[in-house]
Unconditional design. Structure first.
Length: 271
């Protein structure tokens, strides 16, 4: 059987090892749980030891799967690269990388310092590069790799009040598309998911910030956001995870280099 197909269940991740960033909450946690249910061995990555233990305890354990944690702070890309190198050496090939971490602080671009942009670039691009460089050799040898970035619809249309994030998310997307062309001959795909307004702690913080700055209530801010979404509601982290599962699976072997909005149709109707 080809290593890019699975005639029994094309979404199965049995026998695969997934490294999931930002996995203690929100979208990262939902993706880790989805990968585990699909049969993968999952390494949870985060900087909160208690959170990692809690998520680890709740993961489904499929036949032959072993779940682990990796305590590291994505703000320090050199340490991340070293930690992932050591993890791969100890536990074998990582077939799936979910590159996901908290976004830069909100605020207008004009008010951000150069250091704010530098920190955002290190957190998202340099850390992503360090992780991918640690994992790519094993992916090449296995002739199977999936690199999935979680960014934002701001890749397509900047979001007001998220100046640094808009800039850095676009950098991640173009980094990913560059890798997609370079790694495709080795059976490795690189894709980027662009979540729209999704119920997470990050979105709660953004809505609270907007409400404070505008003198509105959080409910008013949320209703205004929902009014821009054709689906008429906010997204759920599990809905992002379902797309990540597809992209991580053999079923997505011919999907490469895409920026995929998962936003209820919001970007489709923006002028």
């Amino acid at each position: 059987m080809s290593n890019t197909t699975n005639s029994t269940y094309p979404l199965s991740l049995r026998g695969r090892h997934a490294l999931v960033g930002g996995s203690t909450q929100g979208i990262g946690r939902a993706c880790a749980e989805a990968f585990a249910r699909a049969g993968a061995s999952v390494t949870l990555v985060g900087r909160n030891p208690d959170g990692l233990k809690q998520v680890l305890a709740g993961l489904h354990v499929g036949e032959g799967a072993t779940h682990r944690t990796l305590l590291v702070d994505y703000s320090h890309w050199r340490a991340v690269g070293s930690a992932v190198d050591a993890h791969v050496a100890a536990h074998g090939t990582v077939h799936i990388v979910l590159h996901n971490t908290g976004g830069p602080a909100p605020g207008p671009a004009i008010d951000a310092t150069p250091e704010d942009f530098s920190k955002g670039f290190e957190l998202h691009v340099l850390t992503g590069q360090a992780v991918v460089q640690a994992c790519a050799p094993g992916m090449r040898e296995a002739k199977y790799g999936r690199i999935i970035n979680i960014t934002s619809t701001s890749v397509l249309t900047p979001i007001r009040g998220l100046g640094v994030s808009n800039t850095i998310r676009a950098a991640v997307a173009n980094w990913a598309r560059s890798l997609a062309g370079e790694l495709a001959p080795f059976g490795i795909t690189v894709n980027t998911i662009l979540p729209g307004f999704t119920r997470t702690a990050r979105l709660d913080a953004i809505f609270k910030g907007r409400a404070s700055r505008s003198g509105s209530t959080v409910d008013e801010i949320e209703r205004g956001a929902i009014a821009t979404i054709p689906a008429g509601r906010l997204g759920e982290a599990t809905e992002i995870a379902a797309v990540a599962l597809f992209l991580a699976s053999p079923a997505a072997s011919y999907v490469n280099g895409v920026n995929l909005p998962v936003d209820g149709g919001r970007t489709a109707v923006q002028s």
